[in-house]
Unconditional design. Structure first.
Length: 382
């Protein structure tokens, strides 16, 4: 999927999706770390059926993975967030819509037959956020993911080199040096232009001003860090379950429990924000210990195969969020690509469970894996 996406979309779009912050240390480590965990299979067992079902935030899901919020999905393919949400619903899982969506949240909800959740940034201020939450509630979004790792936008050096800023907001002269990469992908370009070009953000409506233009996103993010003190008014504005996304330490996990969160999502934003933080899988045991069963734990980062998902579940995640794994599919082939990515992960999961000798994802636990000794030592971290 990644290879096909690379061929189909301009370098600026591919690198926006594929790249990470600064030296990309965390981005690489997010994927590599799964190699450190090995399986302890129970052989000579067989099952007629293998269950991938789980329950997240009160919803029965057919799969133990959800589709993560991926901003600007509409740049990857005109169907963007609508196509991804439809694919998630068809597969019986949930879709999480980014604040930075190119499609109206009502259209995304209407496209999905499964649960849809809304990811909140405070871009545009409280007024814009409250209006978005109200619209999301009325449209039928059932949970709110509050992302706490984006005090400012991380610096993704590939975006700089590719002229992402110039391409979105520069005049013709500034754009010129970066145009060959766009012109070399005429199929993508035709779809992009027919779709209306660079989208505004229809769900970030600034009172008295209208939808926020895409060019304003980085500056708006820098002015709108979510702090723990914001959670009080967010809880008033959103009465449904709240998930804190971007937790990497036991301290933040305990704080999320104290603030009344229904779940935490262990995440380093796919290595796109602060570089050199631990991989999500490596952070997971400390958070499992801190949360102590009080709320649900989700995690994301580096999931590319079913075995990665199984390892995360063995270490205590209720379910995982996939980001790039489906977004490569979206960039490669639109909704059909997302369907195919989900299909591949499902086949992986079924095969892995059978080879592991475990009949159901609900039965996965630490007894199915070996973890490095120094990870165990870490679990005594307060
Ligand atoms: C292109 C791209 C855009 C993203 N946009 C958002 C976003 O708007 N909000 C958010 O909370 N997370 C965002 N994320 C992070 C994902 O939700 C998720 O944490 C991450 O992709 C997981 O890592 P993975 O891509 O290795 O699966 C984005 C990730 C990517 C790759």
């Amino acid at each position: 999927m990644r290879t096909i996406a690379h061929r189909r979309v301009p370098r600026a779009v591919f690198d926006y999706l594929d790249g990470g912050a600064e030296g990309e240390v965390t981005l690489r480590e997010n994927c590599r770390v799964y190699d450190d965990v090995t399986f302890r299979p129970r052989h000579a067992v067989a099952f007629a059926d293998c269950s991938l079902r789980t329950r997240v935030l009160g919803f029965d899901l057919s799969l133990p993975f959800l589709l993560a919020p991926v901003g600007y999905s509409r740049l990857m393919h005109p169907l963007g967030e609508v196509g991804a949400a439809r694919a998630a619903g068809k597969a019986g899982t949930a879709y999480i819509l980014s604040t930075i969506s190119g499609h109206r949240l009502e259209d995304v909800k209407a496209a999905s037959t499964g649960p849809v959740f809304y990811q909140l940034y405070l871009m545009g201020g409280r007024g814009a956020a409250e209006a978005a939450m109200e619209r999301a509630r009325l449209a039928g979004f059932s949970a709110l993911f509050v992302t706490i790792d984006t005090a400012v936008s991380g610096i993704r050096e590939r975006d700089y080199r590719n002229g992402m800023k110039e391409l979105i907001s520069g005049g013709p002269l500034k754009k010129l040096p970066f145009l060959p990469q766009i012109l070399s992908r005429p199929g993508w370009l035709a779809g992009f232009l027919l779709d209306g070009g660079v989208p505004a953000l229809p769900n970030v409506v600034i009172p008295g001003k209208g939808p926020m233009p895409l060019i304003d996103v980085a500056a708006a993010l820098a002015e709108s860090a979510v702090t723990w003190s914001d959670l009080a008014w967010i809880r008033k504005a959103w009465t449904g379950p709240i998930v804190i996304k971007g937790v990497l330490t036991g301290d933040d996990a305990r704080r999320a429990v104290d603030e009344g969160a229904a779940a935490v999502s262990v995440s380093n934003h796919g290595g796109r924000q602060l570089d050199c933080v631990p991989s999500s899988l490596r952070a997971l045991p400390e958070i499992v210990k801190a949360v102590n069963g009080k709320i649900e734990i989700l995690m994301d980062g580096g999931i590319r195969r079913g075995t990665d998902i199984v390892k995360a579940l063995c270490l205590g995640a209720r379910a995982v969020l996939c980001g790039r794994a489906y977004a490569y599919g979206l960039a490669a082939a639109g909704e059909a690509g997302v369907n195919r990515a989900i299909e591949i992960l499902c086949a992986d999961l079924d095969r892995t469970l059978r080879l592991l000798g475990c009949p159901s994802v609900a039965d996965l636990d630490r007894s199915y894996v070996n973890i490095p000794r120094n990870w165990e030592a870490d679990e005594s971290v307060p």
